[in-house]
Design a protein around this ligand. Sequence first.
Ligand SMILES: C[S@@+](CC[C@H](N)C(=O)[O-])C[C@H]1O[C@@H](n2cnc3c(N)ncnc32)[C@H](O)[C@@H]1O
Length: 250
Amino acid sequence: MSGRVIIAGLGPGSEALVTPEVSAALAEATDVVGYIPYVRRIAPRPGLTRHESDNRAEIDRARHALALAVAGRRVVVVSSGDPGVFAMASAVFEAVEHGTPAWRELDIRVLPGITAMLAAAARAGAPLGHDFCAINLSDNLKPWALIEKRLRLACEADFAMAFYNPRSASRPEGFARTLDVLSECCAPDRVIVFARAVSTPEEKIDVQALSDATPEMADMRTVVLVGSSATRLIRRTGAPFVYTPRSVPA
Ligand SMILES: C[S@@+](CC[C@H](N)C(=O)[O-])C[C@H]1O[C@@H](n2cnc3c(N)ncnc32)[C@H](O)[C@@H]1O
């Protein structure tokens, strides 16, 4: 078999949420390339080389994977969730576009995974049941002014929203600013779901009103879902169901 690159999503954490297609690709791989914690999810076995790299080394990691494939290896680049959502698929194609012509001719495939916002939405009920958008709140790869503009426009359009990378130790202020913008644009009872480590043993789902939300409720293992103005809570014993109706009256 000649060399190839498969860019695969491992889902949010539980092995039960890894697709059979991804498991089959991993079983055939000679090399797994990715961020350290994701590569460590793949059990070692004879014939498999695991290449771990730091989170900030995405393009270098992509080039490494492509070079291995040109040398005839069957490479799987792993991401958490879905590889096309704030993850390695774009990095690989960016490397292909700017790299050696041989990389364009490689067999390169993207295998989807269950992204964090969908795993979180399923736990809460159906908060993304109508129109929604996803925003990465990290300003590592784009300016904060653009994030804030998109936030304000998403509020104006009354989208439900999913926030990835909401708050890290090195940039705690961004999520506090996000809550300030939401408070300016939305009613205080707007539903907000903090979904941490979904589908892992540390999972925690916390449903709040916007007025009660604090920056400390999110960290880098949390995806935050904000309802639209139509999103509803069904209160009952234990956690409420959160859902957004399928229709908006004319
Ligand atoms: C760099 S993004 C990668 C997203 C990933 N490709 C996906 O589709 O889920 C990392 C962010 O995804 C979210 N995330 C990933 N796994 C999660 C999980 N199991 N529970 C909650 N949020 C998660 C967090 O917001 C985290 O900061």
